[in-house]
Structure formats: C-alpha cells, structure tokens
Design a protein around this ligand. Structure first.
Ligand code: GLU
Length: 442
C-alpha cells in the first residue's frame, strides 16, 4: 500500500519552525517510499482562518521544496461531514448536550474537589425527546458530543512512543460540533483521513489524547485507522518554544539569509541523535528518515545551529542554484572560489567587489612599499593563466627573503584590501592582471 501522509495546518497564522518540522517529516515519510504527501487546509473555523495564511503556507512549503501531491480544504467538504455526522447520530454515537461552559466548569470543579477525574458525566444522555423539544421551544440549541465506547479498549503502537493504552472510561465524550453548527477539529479530521486514504498520521505529541478519541471515531465510521506517530514537541534553547521562535516565520528566516536547504537539513534530524549532514541530497535524507530514530525527549531548536548549518550549506551550493542571486558578471569559477567565505549568499557581492575593484589597501611602511613595488613589477611579467600567485610568491620569496606572513599578508592586503578571505591562489586569477599590477603599485 502506498504511503499517504498529510500536513494539516489551520490557516490561523504563519508557519513556525515547529509546524515546518511536522510538515517536513510527513513529506520525508512519504518520499522515502515514493508515497504521497497531501496538504490539508483545516479551515473549519471560518472566523480565525485567513486566505493570506493559506497563501503563505503554500508559499513556505514551495520555498522549502516540499512539493505537495494534492491539496484539500475542509471548508469545501462540509457536505461530507454532514453526511457522516448524520450517520453517527443515527447510530447513536453522537448525542445532543446543552451545558454551558460555566456549567461544565462547575461540574469539573466539583469532581476535582472530590478528588475525581473531571470527566463529563453524560447527563445529557438522560434527556427525553420531550426535554429536547422543550429546549428547542425555548430557543436552546444543542451542541454535539461523540459517545465513546467504554468497553472498547484503546490501544495503538505509536511509531515513536511505542505501545499506547487509554481507557475510554477515563475520558470525556468530546464535543465535536458547536451549537451554531460549526465543527471542532476532531471528527472532520478523522473523516478526511479516511476519505483521503491517509496511511500515516505523524503529528505533535499534543495530539496523543486526540488520537485516543479519534481511534474510536475511525471504528465508528467503519474504517481501519491509519498508523499514528507523535513527535516530542520542539523547544527553543531556553526550554520551550519561545515566543520569538513561535513568531518567526519562514519569511523572517529568508530575510536573515537562511537558505531553505539549511532548514530542511537541520529539521530533518532534529529530535534524533543522528548527526546533521549538510549534503544537499533530499533523496538521501528521505531514504534515511526513520521514525524509530526519534526520541521522546523534547527536541531542541537552536537558532545558532541553523546559522551554522546554513554556512555549511552555502559552501556547497552549486552555481546553478545561486546564479540569479549573484552580482552581474560573477561566474561559476568566482562563485566556487568565494563561497567558502560566506555565511550567507548575499555576502558574495562584497567579495565580487574585491575582484572587480576598486579596493582600498592600508598604508604600508617604506620597506613594505618597496616590496610591493617589486611585486607589481614581477606581476606585470607573469603568465596570468598559469598559477600567477604561486609564481609571484615564489619569485618574491627568492628575491626578498620574506616568508610566511611577512610575504603573504602585505600582498593580500594590497590586492584585496582585506586581511582574510578566499585562497589567494584561486582569487588572484579572477582579478585582471593590469588591475592586480595597479593595486600592488598603488
Ligand atoms: N489542524 C490540526 C492542527 O493544526 C491538525 C492536527 C493533525 O495533524 O491531525 O493541530
């Protein structure tokens, strides 16, 4: 059976690293076996869902390279939910209830006060048809609860957490639909997972108890449930996913010069103890993606790690991937010479400026000045196509006795205006010979 996974964000805000990690892991899980990855927009909450967020979710997934094999929207599927809802009502698995949130609160407090778990007491099940009619006449509308089967054991083998056991008696019948007819997340999601042939639900561990409930929904709907796996939540370096990280979207990372490959590379491994391999090979990343590598301890996301991985990625990016981002005239050879010095792609233009000039060198003492004049004279005679740096430094070493730093640093400073930078042997041929002579004799 082909693996089908889905990423099911509610479009009530932009994606943060935690959401993106879930999306990525679902994508990798599908890709690993040539399966399908679906994007499901969970927009049953019309009030909080925004089209601009749907657009930014799509744009972020595209930017990250997480191609989707299909997109669904819950707001276009209300008829289907209605039909399945009716079926469950008729089967006695969904019932009407009227308690206000204050009443429920009070019930919970009383139970807790007696040292009992705050489970809904199913008082609404005792209402007669006459009671319902009276409520309707008084303008009271019911909300709807799914009736858990107390005799059906709830167990599953979680892809990350291992064997899970829940007792339906210890759980409240969940409200699945509000009095105004709007849907809560739980039932539509189960209906969709069935309809869309989802084989694997991989989501955060904040959904573990929802899974316990939804397993009974799958069975009430007459379906075999998908496999479930729940990932430990992401925390920031300070312990929990900080406000800052929760607020940072992909656009913010993009602005900081973080490449999508860096995010993918880091998040693919976050939560495992496997090393991050900045190899730029998503097929390999998918092939080695393995839920059993993920632990139950919270996964720590550190922005500093992301910047470190980003630099490693930039050092490997091929010219074709970055060409449109580079200054005009900067070609493949220059990119390969310059990229080991970059933390972000946009720093390439600074180094390209060093190649094309002008550069401003520091003031040199008289002796060094004389040395550089000699270098300029020599440079003018060299074959620029045949390793001019080696020829230049070898000749200068012989004729001046300078070596090491006293030989190399003034040359670098005069030629680039900098103390550090790309390998001079690779950089010098990029600088035109006349320009190099001019810089040395300036
Ligand atoms: N819309 C739900 C959420 O964002 C989806 C959870 C799920 O993956 O089932 O929490």
């Amino acid at each position: 059976m082909t693996t089908v996974t889905r990423f099911a964000p509610s479009p009530t805000g932009k994606l943060h690293v935690g959401n993106v990690r879930t999306a990525l892991h679902n994508w990798l899980l599908a890709k690993k076996t040539g399966g399908k990855f679906l994007l499901r927009i969970d927009d049953t909450d019309a009030e909080r869902s925004r089209e601009e967020h749907v657009d930014s979710i799509r744009a972020d997934l595209a930017w990250l390279g997480l191609t989707v094999d299909g997109e669904e929207r819950q707001s276009l599927r209300f008829e289907i939910y209605e039909r399945e809802f009716r079926r469950l009502v008729d089967a006695g698995r969904i019932y009407r209830a009227y308690e206000t949130s204050q009443e429920l609160d009070l019930k919970r407090k009383v139970l807790l006060g007696r040292g009992l778990p705050p489970i809904y007491d199913r008082a609404a099940l005792k209402l007669t048809e006459a009671d319902h009619a009276a409520k309707a006449a008084a303008g009271e509308k019911p909300h709807w609860r799914f009736m858990l089967d107390h005799d059906q054991p709830i167990t599953w083998d979680d892809g990350i957490r291992g064997a899970q056991n829940f007792d339906a008696r210890q759980m409240s019948d969940p409200v699945i639909r509000r009095a105004d007819g709007s849907w809560l997340y739980m039932l539509p999601s189960a209906i969709d997972d069935i309809a869309m042939g989802v084989t694997d639900v991989l989501r955060g561990e904040d959904h573990v108890s929802n899974t316990a409930t939804q397993l009974q929904m799958f069975s009430a709907l007459g379906a075999t449930p998908p496999r479930f796996a729940h990932e430990a939540l992401l925390t920031g370096s300070e312990g929990k996913l900080s406000k800052r990280l929760g607020a940072l979207g992909m656009a913010d990372f993009r602005e900081q010069g973080i490449e999508p490959e860096a995010i993918v590379t880091l998040l693919a491994r976050l939560g495992t103890s496997d090393p991050v391999d900045p190899a730029l090979d998503v097929d390999a990343l998918a092939a080695s993606f393995d839920l059993s590598r993920f632990g139950r301890a919270p996964a720590r996301f550190d922005e500093a790690d992301l910047h470190r991985v980003n630099a490693q990625i930039v050092h490997r990016l091929p010219f074709a991937r970055v060409a449109h981002l580079l200054p005009k005239g900067m070609g493949e050879v220059a990119w390969e010479v310059i990229r080991p010095n970059l933390a972000h792609i946009d720093e390439a233009s600074g180094w390209w400026q060093v190649v094309t000039g002008p550069v401003s060198a520091p003031a040199f003492d008289d002796e060094t000045r004389a040395f550089l004049d000699r270098a300029a004279a020599l440079a003018a005679t060299l074959d620029w196509a045949a390793d001019p740096w080696r020829a230049l430094t070898a000749a200068l070493k012989d004729s001046t006795g300078r070596k090491g730093k006293t030989l190399f640093l003034p040359l670098r400073q005069a030629l680039t205006g900098q103390d550090h930078g790309p390998e001079m042997a690779a950089l010098l041929p990029l600088i035109a010979q006349e320009e190099a002579v001019r810089r040395l004799s300036a």
